[in-house]
Design a protein around this ligand. Sequence first.
Ligand code: NAG
Ligand code: NAG
Ligand code: NAG
Ligand code: NAG
Ligand code: NAG
Ligand code: NAG
Ligand code: NAG
Ligand code: NAG
Ligand code: NAG
Ligand code: NAG
Ligand code: NAG
Ligand code: NAG
Length: 624
Amino acid sequence: MRSVISLLAFSSSALASWTQNLNYRSPSDHHPGLGISLHKVNKRNVPGTQYTASQLNFTHGVASGDPYSDSVILWTRVAPMFDNVNDNTTVSGYAPLYGHGANLTASTAPVCVQYKVAKSANFTHVESSGTVYTSSDIDYTVKVEAKNLTAFTRYYYQFNVCGSNKTSPLGRTKTAPDANDYTAEVGLAVYSCSNFPFGFFNAYGNPVRKDSVDYVIHLGDYIYEYAGDGDYGYGYSINRIPKPERIITTLYDYRERLATYRTDLDLLASHQNFPWIPVWDDHEVSDNTYRDGASELNNTEASFISDGGVSVDQRKMNAVRAYFEWMPIRQVEMDDNLRIWRSFSIGSLFDLVMLDTRQYDRSITDLYWNTDYVHDISNDAGRSMMGSRQENWFYNQLTQSANRGTAWRLIGSQTVFSRVNESAAYGNTNPLDYDAWDGYQANRNRTLSHLYNNGIGNNIVMSGDSHASWVSDLVWLDHEHYNSSTGNNSIGVEFAGSAVSSPCPYGQNITLQQANNYSSWLVHANEELQWQDLYYRGYFELHVAYDQVTANYFGMPTIINRNPDEISLANFTVKSGANKLQRPVAGGLVESGALKLGQVKQTNATNNTETGVWFVSQANVEDI
Ligand SMILES: *[C@@H]1O[C@H](CO)[C@@H](O)[C@H](O)[C@H]1NC(C)=O
Ligand SMILES: *[C@@H]1O[C@H](CO)[C@@H](O)[C@H](O)[C@H]1NC(C)=O
Ligand SMILES: *[C@@H]1O[C@H](CO)[C@@H](O)[C@H](O)[C@H]1NC(C)=O
Ligand SMILES: *[C@@H]1O[C@H](CO)[C@@H](O)[C@H](O)[C@H]1NC(C)=O
Ligand SMILES: *[C@@H]1O[C@H](CO)[C@@H](O)[C@H](O)[C@H]1NC(C)=O
Ligand SMILES: *[C@@H]1O[C@H](CO)[C@@H](O)[C@H](O)[C@H]1NC(C)=O
Ligand SMILES: *[C@@H]1O[C@H](CO)[C@@H](O)[C@H](O)[C@H]1NC(C)=O
Ligand SMILES: *[C@@H]1O[C@H](CO)[C@@H](O)[C@H](O)[C@H]1NC(C)=O
Ligand SMILES: *[C@@H]1O[C@H](CO)[C@@H](O)[C@H](O)[C@H]1NC(C)=O
Ligand SMILES: *[C@@H]1O[C@H](CO)[C@@H](O)[C@H](O)[C@H]1NC(C)=O
Ligand SMILES: *[C@@H]1O[C@H](CO)[C@@H](O)[C@H](O)[C@H]1NC(C)=O
Ligand SMILES: *[C@@H]1O[C@H](CO)[C@@H](O)[C@H](O)[C@H]1NC(C)=O
């Protein structure tokens, strides 16, 4: 449908390309009637009404993502500076977030932006560049694909307002290795669940400070949709109040919420320094979403004409559109703007399969009032977390990856894959988390049977959502004769990570002692679960080499202020061909939580003899 695009070509005097700003093309290149009318936007490009460089500002840093071997996505936002928040002539009314400017006569003219990419930060040899427009229609966001790049190479990039020296911050990124290239080692930082009023996103900043990884993986819950009420979490007491101060439902709401999150300095630093490969979970839209609904809003007639006229479907579309505008991700299929499931070849070292087990085509989930029902149907063969189209694609990806001889397969999953008996939390009637893979056992069995029956090994599942750390041998329990102490008959390993800031599922203010007691219970109740920690917020790094994968878990001592501190919680090794955690697991010694076959040392915890409560000593907060 290229002809459609060419019809939209605008005045010959302008060199900028509308279509190169990918955000104009969403939701679909193939259906321009559903997207932004570029023709109409261009009509507003009236000489004399355009903003001058001094009236514009790069408001939310820069970002890059979805690296291929010859291209990468670059992102920024450049918006006019209004100093009157009530000026409803601007679509982006959250001006106070980015400071005050001159009093402008609001113009609807689009803004022209240039970008350049080079191997050195002084841009002596620019290897990719371009000129694009943005406008209020897409929240003044800019998203381009920088092409013509060299594989597995570090690049610097920068945007500027056309014809001026008003520049964005300097960004750094890295392309992927070519699919067949030998690549000795690749490092990933893996995140999930960053809730703004619950604390500072220190976890995002630490790999930047250490310069310890190549890429960042985010498994979802990048934002939360809850009311921005500062009473929520630590909100008011730490001055982190997510705007707008209501449950978000409209396109405007989702944009403003994303904009609030992008004021966290550590999040900005991570985006500025590493290419991200994100997927959403539920909270990018709403709590416990599935294909047709969510926990907050029953999928009833009433919910289609609900609060403010925003229905379940409309809300999802609003969330999805804002997500694509703000996140540096590719739309891999222009005809399907709900599709974020996609894969990456990282040399012959690993293939990365990023799933959408949440929004795309998930069968009904636990909505709290129907837990008994979902428990009853959790083993139904017809249930899927991703729908048959994505499932078939997923299994084919695994097969193709093994066939092309890639050393490892990394699978990004929103929720915890392994079976987890959590009677301690949920009670004995419904001992599992039916919103995780435990509610979709047939889908899990199909995945495991595909791996076992086709002899596909070296599988690493990465998962989020749970706000706690879980490390397990990946095994088809009750089907394969798994041996917990040797790890025999498993088919890989699962590394599930804690939250950046979202609270511990067993209590926001749980003590270390209580948390570790629960962890012990969980590790004993679950055969394949080798290490578990509930107490720490944090992240993990994966360092992938041909002969082994290592996982390093980090906990944040405190997130009620911005600080660079972190505690090494546990390290794991998976040897190529072993398909299980290396024994002794974690070297037999971890810092926190519970280790099935080893000890917990708690070097960084102190028992307060007056209260009898263990707490984590807060190291000096350094100036960062
Ligand atoms: C702003 O919005 C109000 C109410 O929605 C409307 O009455 C007013 O005309 C708008 N002002 C401008 C300048 O568009
Ligand atoms: C431009 O945006 C940056 C980042 O949000 C902000 O720090 C700065 O104060 C803004 N500049 C002006 C003049 O508003
Ligand atoms: C913008 O206008 C408001 C009210 O009209 C005024 O109070 C303010 O000082 C002006 N700001 C600037 C930067 O001129
Ligand atoms: C630009 O940076 C590169 C790499 O740091 C360096 O080799 C080169 O000399 C620099 N060029 C100039 C003109 O400073
Ligand atoms: C591609 O990059 C090379 C240098 O690596 C440069 O000479 C060439 O002009 C670039 N081509 C385009 C279309 O930007
Ligand atoms: C940017 O351009 C303006 C006007 O052209 C000039 O006054 C200013 O010195 C320039 N700033 C830098 C850092 O080059
Ligand atoms: C959804 O429906 C269930 C069952 O009818 C009811 O218990 C629950 O309160 C409803 N929730 C909402 C948010 O309407
Ligand atoms: C899945 O496998 C488990 C054994 O781990 C078995 O108990 C269960 O019935 C299977 N369910 C389906 C739907 O295949
Ligand atoms: C945890 O402690 C904070 C600070 O004292 C308090 O605001 C919050 O309500 C507590 N959370 C819970 C779940 O008790
Ligand atoms: C994990 O490994 C690092 C680097 O080898 C080491 O410094 C750290 O103490 C280890 N952590 C634990 C909990 O053993
Ligand atoms: C954790 O304990 C180690 C060993 O005692 C110490 O070097 C480190 O500073 C501690 N880290 C924090 C954040 O307290
Ligand atoms: C912590 O210290 C108190 C007071 O000495 C003691 O009663 C308690 O058993 C200690 N807790 C642990 C886990 O050792």
